[in-house]
Design a protein around this ligand. Structure first.
Ligand code: COI
Length: 357
């Protein structure tokens, strides 16, 4: 068993013995799990207070077969990234936004949540403990995955009696196999990701299991992913399985409004601010399929996908291509560069979004 003190000592000594950056094939990182050295774990019992939390060796966790998360899907996750700067230090991007989103989601899922301070501190500890896994500058990032799960045993349907807050990390490269090349989406009008009153607007694990079927079918047909429409009218854009969507027409950029069925992406929110600061008019509202098909450019945003240009959309058997500038639209390219320069510490950060470790 690891005590907090013992573990901190082992983190420190492991650190000193190991090279500054692990020897990995950094040129060929995709978005797959690479096991790292440490993970963070804190528990919360019926009193609603989380334990101090500790850094433990990365590995399997023990759960009762009757754990709330395994039986009833009581769980939330988050995603954020750390980038290595050229001076060797590491930058986090808006970690308190993830903490707040987890807190908001925990209310919907009847779970206690760690405080914003505990969340951010835990992220920092986990990244520092695994610092040698943060890719060299320009080769990718360290993806950070916080989880909040109903780990206590429960048989009848009810909130679990115990919760676990975990964080693990993995070095990652591009999310889509296309790399930075435009992705091809298919609009799915038989499956829906979320419905009004449901949990589409929170980052609960079940939202992701429920899109697997449509995603698999789309991939089998050669598409990169699925774009979902609203469940009421089957006409307005919602989001892609793993990211938000933006539509560009002239100087205007629009994206579906956050009204409960769409995930409030942190990259989405950041891109809106960056675009406005560059003089674009950004509208958060209902965006119809017709507008999408008539757009100049389309791109997706998310922590994992960053800003991914969309090269084509297929709807009801018809494919519409967005081929200005070889499919990577000027606006998408500009916003991608602005955001990633900030995240990697290559540009000024007037908004104070980055946190240096
Ligand atoms: C992220 O972008 O961080 C996500 O959580 C999406 C996930 C499907 C990889």
């Amino acid at each position: 068993a690891h005590t907090t003190v013992g573990c901190q000592a082992s983190v420190a000594s492991k650190y000193m013995e190991t090279p500054e950056i692990v020897d990995l094939d950094w040129e060929n990182l995709g978005f797959g799990l690479v096991n790292t050295d440490f993970m963070y774990m804190a528990k919360c019992g019926p009193d609603g207070n989380f334990s101090k939390g500790e850094i433990l060796p990365f590995g399997p966790i023990a759960l009762s077969p009757s754990a709330g998360v395994l039986n009833y899907g009581q769980g939330l996750f988050e995603g954020l990234k750390a980038y290595r700067k050229t001076d060797g230090s590491v930058l986090l991007f808006r970690p308190e936004e993830n903490a707040v989103r987890m807190k908001n989601g925990s209310d919907r899922m009847c779970m206690p949540a760690p405080t914003v301070e505990q969340f951010v501190d835990a992220v920092k500890q986990t990244v520092l403990a695994n610092k040698r896994w943060v890719p060299p500058t320009g080769k990718g990032s360290l993806y950070i995955r916080p989880l909040l799960i109903g780990s206590g045993a429960i048989l009848g349907l009810a909130p679990a009696p115990e919760y676990t807050f975990l964080i693990y990390v993995s070095p990652v490269g591009n999310y889509f196999k296309e790399g930075l090349a435009p992705i091809n989406l298919i609009i799915e009008d038989n499956f829906h990701r979320a419905a009004p009153g449901g949990t589409g607007g929170v980052k609960t694990i079940g939202n992701y299991a429920s899109v697997l079927k449509a995603q698999r079918t789309a991939k089998e047909k050669g598409y990169s992913d699925v774009l979902y429409l609203d469940a009421v009218h089957n006409k307005y854009l919602e989001e892609v399985s793993s990211c938000n969507i933006f539509v560009v027409k002239g100087n205007a950029i629009c994206t579906p409004a956050i009204e409960g069925t769409i995930l409030p992406g942190i990259t989405r929110k950041s891109i809106i601010e960056v675009a406005e600061s560059k003089g674009y008019k950004v509208e958060e509202r209902h965006v119809s399929v017709d507008e999408l098909l008539d757009a100049d450019e389309v791109f997706c945003t998310g922590t994992a996908v960053v800003v991914s240009p969309v090269g084509s959309i297929t709807y009801k058997g018809k494919r519409v291509k967005y081929d200005g500038n070889q499919g990577v639209g000027v606006v998408s390219q500009q916003l991608y560069t602005s955001l990633t320069s900030l995240q990697m510490g290559h540009a000024e950060d007037p908004m104070g979004w980055t946190v240096q470790l």
